[in-house]
Design a protein around this ligand. Structure first.
Ligand code: FAD
Ligand code: FES
Length: 1326
């Protein structure tokens, strides 16, 4: 049937309400009821579908108490009350994953819950509180959630109990409450939330599936067609219609899940004018069990394939399901459920991606594909001829893939599949494979073997030559050796092969075969274990190489000191008060910048950025953009009414004029009526360049001496003498890669011109209102008093919105000025990653002199950071790196220098820790080297060098209230370090290919801005006549719970409950000249300012209170108002006596220090470079915590972000300075599965800090560095692997410790077969 001239009506249901859309654009995407990715799901695929969103399952509207928001539904309540929502941007997605799981499986196991979150990411929480809150739904949740003395606690279960308990099942181990004195136990609590408050799951409250859709199911569907501006979507109902349409439109795309086509259209700018959707065709969705295997319709989703295979594996004899089991293992790590729920088997095959996970399985198993066209059907085998080139197959344009038969395996046939990716969950493969061997009946002689690899060529391939040579051979050591030799030669890659990682990929081909060899050997010897067995058994220390990845059940405990007995129940300081916005965030009601309702005449802006790292701009031609519908105008440098000069160091421009200095440099912007039109028009702007040679890497900058000045140095003692007195001297180098902030909410600005006197209102996702106001005013040529900047909340910041938001905000403001209309822009993830910079990569070179006992005598270090194309905050970052180069160690003689490389990368900027994590990381590198050289345990060397109370740092600041040694001892003891170290040694002896490692690391983090004048803050308190308080302060809320803490502070200061206090937003017209919310000091300085304002109000109320001592707060306020007493007050605070001079090494850079210690244990797979985080124990000094739930959330969140920094997140650039890793597909942040299986955090007790509000301490940044314990635990494990290869010397391991770096460092026979350069030699880095 030919499609109608005009489009059909689209009918779907959202939260039970019917939606009928007449003019649907097939390019539009939307969220669906299944967990699915909103940005990929085509709106047309919603026809006759019911959609449930987070708003549809609960809200905060039912109020039990005037100011207490109550969540109506348990999914949202549990994540909110368990402190699983910080910035809240990820929260609705996580709630919906949980909701979907419970709808499908009302009684889930903990494993189901963890699996359900495979496709969700959170950048704030560190995942533990989310899992903990939702653990309450799990049927196997026998863990007491650490409620000391509650059910399951060691104490309540008696001395010999080994069941769960407050210490996570380690009853009676060191640190267990059973070993504590009774009075101490009562002082400490692990009760961050009370699960007895949770509403039970009530399925009757769930939205009802629309009856209209139920009746639709039984009706015969008719073909529908939706037509947009550029794309037509046709949804046929029969196979005949489909093949007829395919013959009519041979280049049409068949879209089922849209997970490939959607990416191509959205991100790769590809246009497919005709889309055919086969979702309604019965044959394409059918599953048939045949004599030879199971046949799946090509449109079967991966989740449905998984379900069918799982059932078959459970029901059929194991020998028949070898292939199914391998396919299931691949599907286990295939994307996340949101993708698997919609993506089709046929889509995976026909995409013909060289890194498809299923194609190697289908190819090695010889699966059968049935193709159909108007001419009829044909069935072919998926073999080496199926893929004809990169993303090409033998399927003809007019054909469709109808079905796929995955065969049963036979007796004497074995099958395995392996995949290695950057991250285990939801990541595409680096190398993937399917391997099959069939033996002559009852022998170990190979009858047939097929080894299929992905990631080693432009297509999925078969190692034909190797397979041929192995046929007829016996499955023994000789075959293994020959196979590796053959594979090493057949799976060759040129050094410049696309995708890089050449040695790693080649090694993986051998490692995978080795795993397959051992797995088969194990099965053969099991089957033939009689006297006639022809196979050698697998050596016991090799067995773990055959084990598939598994994770033990999670366990955790969070301990904090309870408030003193007698503290008023209304005084919330020190209690785990839930984040004040958590409920709204969980219900999807919290308003972020882009949620602000659209103004009637609002326009959208898309940036036009440079594609060259360094070039002269020859011409800018926006003429083609004008023909795009909805186009309004193009803005560039000449539209700036004020100054084009901007940036912290006045070395940037709002728009590049003559020259671009990085890829992503903003040249102009297109304004149009909609986001889609502005995007399209922006792509049509043509820029001509004359390319200049870029400087990309630190090495290149050093060669060209391209540095930002001044270069800072710190010197102490006599370095030369120190070296002379040393027993040993070591020299080394370490590189640390940068890090993308990956706040879930990308940069966003809405600029609204007010039409009078140059006034403009800016809604911005920024940590820095003052600079946003100042830079915008300067660009518009108006005084700052005309620019109002407002921030309600951010969906994460982490330093990325401290200055870099201004590069977008100023552009949007200029566009709003030019058009006189409101203009909005929220960056796409790829744009955000491309233009806004991140953490500075660092190179550290060191020379360290030390004694035989490991005591450091002298140190010389040079730090080089990659600053990018402008100064921005690079000086501050380098200052902090130099001030933290000692980490926590006393170095008597020291000489250090920090160079900031000027390169052609986007300007790098603030990122949680601000150079501290880089500076300290290099210290831990040489500390490890010293231990190795001295042959001493690393923890001994670290401890012998730790500072003592009263010591002077290398910048001559006296350490007072030095609690680090307490943290160290507690962590050593609570982690049971020494006993576990022995167990690790034992494990490593018994396992050749899996190794464990452990490391304990301290941190000392200086608190204050290193720019002294930034250490100031303001607050404004209004008390209204009903007694309610509106509080404003200079800090912004980005998830860190600052507003919650400030409400706690105001509550105690005023002596009223927190429920009477409200914070609406941060704005430049309430508190002016605010310092950025950064450097971890915001609670300290804003808390003091809030306290100061409250004291002013209280002072004014004093006479009224005295005249009516028994009166209520409301009565006093009423009297005050009627007595004409001002009920509004400002507050101000500055940190006294901070300031440091690098020239003289005098002064005091920090007000005080936060301390902490972490001990981490990991296990690495020496063959693949994979690792798992087994356990982490953290002891952290946060003073007297203002809010233990928030502080523990900051510690865990920072720690997991640090795990990303040091083990996973790798920014990759081309030699020309082009960022490859521009989105979540390429750049991996830690997911749920990456957190330590056992995760214990304890706040050091009895450590009040006299330097900050209510004896608290800063916590945002200090714990991040503790994740270095994971990196050095990995290095510890690698040492063990190298020792098995006879290598005992120290080696270089750069950060992050990716699977590639881990595998390449575990030198063995396999790496040696493919290595063409020294494994310790690093490649040039940015
Ligand atoms: C976040 C994310 C994670 C991913 N992770 C993985 C992963 O871990 N492993 C992996 O292998 N892939 C992964 N992918 C890739 C992708 O999900 C899979 O390839 C998926 O199976 C594609 O199916 P689809 O239905 O969405 O395809 P669509 O996008 O709908 O279509 C893909 C292509 O197949 C063609 N096609 C579809 N069906 C037919 C048919 N019956 N006949 C002829 N042509 C047809 C279409 O014309 C189109 O060219 C991931 C993708 C995303 C977005
Ligand atoms: S709370 Fe999860 S991203 Fe912020």
């Amino acid at each position: 049937m030919a499609p109608a001239e005009t489009g059909d009506e689209l009918v779907f249901f959202v939260n039970g309400k019917k939606v009928v859309e007449k003019d649907v654009d097939p390019e539009t995407t939307l969220l669906t009821h299944h967990t699915a990715n909103a940005c990929l799901f085509p709106i047309c695929a919603l026809h006759h579908v019911a959609v449930t969103t987070v708003e549809g399952i609960g809200n905060t509207k039912s109020r039990l108490h005037p100011a207490q928001l109550i969540v109506a539904v348990t999914f949202q309540e549990r994540i909110a009350k368990s402190h699983g929502s910080q910035c809240g941007f990820c929260t609705p997605g996580i709630v919906m994953s949980m909701y979907t799981l419970l709808r499908n499986k009302p009684k889930p196991k903990m494993e189901d819950i963890e699996d359900a979150f495979q496709g969700n990411l959170c950048r704030c929480t560190g995942y533990r509180p989310i899992l903990e809150g939702y653990r309450t739904f799990a049927v196997d949740s026998n863990y007491c959630s650490g409620v000391v003395n509650g059910t399951g606690c060691c104490r309540s279960k008696g001395e010999n109990s080994m069941n769960g308990g407050c210490c996570g099942g380690k009853a009676n181990g060191p640190g267990c409450c059973m070993n504590e004195k009774e009075e101490n136990v009562m002082m400490m609590s692990s009760n961050l939330f009370d699960s007895s408050e949770f509403q039970p799951l009530d399925p009757t409250q769930e939205p009802i599936f629309p009856p209209e859709l139920m009746t639709q199911r039984n009706k015969k569907q008719k073909q529908v067609c939706f037509k947009g501006e550029r794309v037509m979507w046709i949804q046929p109902t029969t196979l005949q219609e489909l093949v007829a349409l395919k013959s009519q439109y041979p280049s049409a795309k068949l879209v089922v899940g849209n997970t490939e086509v959607g990416i191509e259209m959205r991100l790769k700018n590809m246009l497919y004018p005709v889309i055919l959707a086969p979702a309604w065709i019965p044959e394409m969705n059918a599953v048939q069990h045949t004599e030879t295997g199971i046949t799946f319709g090509a449109a079967c989703t991966l989740s449905s394939v998984e379900e069918v295979l799982r059932k078959a594996v459970a029901e059929l004899p194991p020998y028949k399901t070898e292939i199914f089991q391998a396919a299931l293992e691949q599907l286990r790590w295939f994307a996340g459920p949101q993708i698997r729920n919609v993506a089709a088997l046929g889509g995976n095959i026909m995409t013909a991606s060289p890194i498809s996970d299923l194609n190697p399985v289908l190819m090695a198993s010889g699966s059968k594909l049935t193709l159909m066209s108007v001419e009829g059907k044909r069935t072919i085998t998926m073999d080496e001829k199926f893929f004809t080139g990169y993303r090409k197959t033998v399927v003809k344009p007019e054909e469709v893939l109808l079905s796929v038969e995955i065969p049963y395996s036979k007796e004497d046939e074995y099958f395995s599949a392996f995949k290695q990716a950057y991250r285990r969950e939801d990541d595409i493969a680096i190398v993937t494979c399917g391997m099959r061997v069939l033996f002559q009946r009852g022998t170990s002689q190979v009858q047939e073997v097929k080894l299929s690899y992905g990631g080693m060529a432009p297509t999925t391939i078969l190692a034909l030559k190797t397979c041929q040579e192995l046929t007829g051979r016996d499955w023994n050591e000789k075959l293994l050796q020959d196979a590796c030799r053959l594979l090493a030669s057949e799976m060759a890659l040129s050094p410049s092969a696309p995708g890089g990682m050449v040695e790693f990929r080649r090694t993986l081909t051998l490692s995978f075969f080795f795993k397959f060899y051992l797995t088969v050997l194990q099965k053969l010897s099991k089957h033939q274990n009689g006297p006639n067995s022809l196979c050698e058994p697998v050596p016991p220390n090799y067995v773990s190489a055959t084990e598939l990845f598994h994770k033990d059940p999670i366990a955790n405990a969070q301990l904090f000191q309870e408030v003193p007995r007698g503290q008023s129940v209304e005084d919330m300081v020190g209690r785990p008060l839930v984040h004040v916005s958590a409920a709204k965030q969980a219900c999807g009601e919290a308003v972020y910048c882009d949620d602000i309702p659209h103004y009637e005449n609002e326009l959208y802006l898309t940036l036009v950025t440079s594609t060259k790292a360094h070039a002269k701009i020859l011409s800018i031609d926006a003429s083609e953009a004008q023909s795009v519908p909805g186009y309004v105008c193009f803005v560039s440098a000449k539209d700036i009414p004020g100054s084009n000069i901007t940036g912290i160091a006045n070395d940037e421009t709002v728009f590049a004029e003559n020259e671009v200095t990085c890829v992503g440099h903003i040249i102009g912007a297109v304004i149009a009526d909609t986001q889609e039109h502005s995007r399209r028009a922006a792509r049509a702007v043509k820029i001509k360049y004359e390319e200049l040679k870029p400087i990309v890497t630190i090495q290149e900058a050093i060669e060209k001496q391209s540095f930002f000045k001044p270069t800072k140095r710190i010197k102490k003692g006599d370095v030369k003498k120190g070296f002379e007195e040393s027993d040993h001297i070591l020299e080394g180098e370490m590189y640390l890669g940068g890090q993308e902030h990956f706040y879930l909410e990308t940069h966003c600005t809405l600029a609204v011109p007010k039409g009078e006197d140059g006034e403009m209102e800016l809604f911005v996702s920024t940590q820095n209102l003052m600079k946003t106001q100042e830079f915008t005013a300067r660009a518009l040529g108006v005084p700052s008093n005309r620019i109002l900047v407002r921030v309600k909340r951010m969906g994460g910041g982490f330093g990325g919105k401290e200055t870099r938001n201004t590069i977008l905000t100023t552009v949007v403001a200029v566009a709003a000025f030019k058009t006189g209309r409101p203009v909005r822009c929220m960056l796409d993830r790829d744009e955000d990653m491309l233009i806004s910079g991140g953490r500075h990569p660092f190179l550290g070179r060191y020379k360290v002199g030390f004694m035989k006992n490991g005591k450091v005598k002298s140190l010389e270090v040079s730090y080089y950071s990659n600053g990018g194309n402008s100064v921005d905050l690079s000086h501050g970052v380098m200052d902090r790196a130099l001030l933290h180069l000692d980490n926590s160690y006393n170095i008597p003689n020291l000489s250090s220098v920090g160079f900031i490389c000027k390169t052609n990368l986007p300007s790098n900027t603030a990122f949680r820790g601000f150079g501290g994590p880089q500076g300290m990381m290099i210290a831990e590198c040489w500390m490890g080297d010293i231990a190795r050289k001295c042959g001493l345990p690393p923890e001994e060397v670290r401890k012998i060098n730790l500072y003592h109370e009263g010591d002077l740092t290398h910048f001559n600041q006296k350490l007072e209230g030095f609690t680090l040694r307490r943290c160290w001892d507690e962590c050593l003891s609570s982690s049971n370090y020494h006993a576990r170290r022995k167990l690790i040694e034992e494990f490593n002896k018994q396992n050749r290919w899996k190794k464990r490692g452990m490391c304990i690391i301290p941190t000392k983090f200086g608190i204050s801005f290193t720019v002294p004048f930034l250490n100031q803050a303001g607050a404004l308190v209004h008390v209204y006549t009903d007694g309610s308080v509106l509080l404003t302060h200079g800090g912004t809320e980005m998830g860190q719970g600052l507003h919650t803490k400030m409400i706690q502070v105001a509550s105690r200061s005023l002596g009223i409950p927190t429920s009477k206090i409200y914070i609406s937003e941060t704005s430049t017209n309430t508190v002016p000249n605010t310092s950025p919310t950064a450097a971890s000091v915001s609670a300290d300085i804003n808390g003091m300012a809030v306290h100061n304002a409250c004291q002013t109000i209280l002072k004014r109320l004093e006479p009224i209170k005295q005249s009516n001592p028994k009166g209520s707060w409301e009565q006093w306020i009423k009297t005050a108002y009627e007595s004409c007493v001002s009920l509004s007050a400002t507050g101000f605070y500055r940190i006294p006596d901070v300031g440091y001079n690098f020239e003289t090494n005098e002064g005091k850079p920090f007000c005080y220090f936060s301390y902490g210690v972490a001990c981490s244990e990991v296990e690495i797979d020496c063959l693949t470079g994979d690792h798992k985080n087994i356990r982490t124990d953290i002891v952290m000094d946060v003073g007297t915590s203002l809010n233990p739930a928030i502080d523990i959330g900051q510690i865990e969140g920072a720690f997991v972000q640090g795990i990303g920094l040091y083990t996973m997140e790798e920014l990759r650039y081309s030699p020309e300075g082009n960022l490859y890793t521009r989105g979540p597909g390429m750049y991996k942040i830690p997911a749920f599965g990456d957190i330590p299986t056992e995760f214990y955090v304890s706040l050091l007790r009895d450590c009040p800090n006299s330097k900050a509000i209510y004896s608290s301490k800063a916590v945002g940044e200090p714990p991040l560095f503790l994740s270095a314990s994971v990196f050095y635990a990995i290095k510890d494990a690698i040492y063990s692997a190298r020792e098995d290869s006879g290598m005992t010397e120290s080696f270089r391991l750069d950060s992050p410790a990716t699977p590639e770096r881990i595998r390449n460092a575990c030198v063995d026979t396999f790496t040696k077969m493919v290595t063409f350069r020294s494994p310790d030699q690093s490649t040039p880095v940015c």
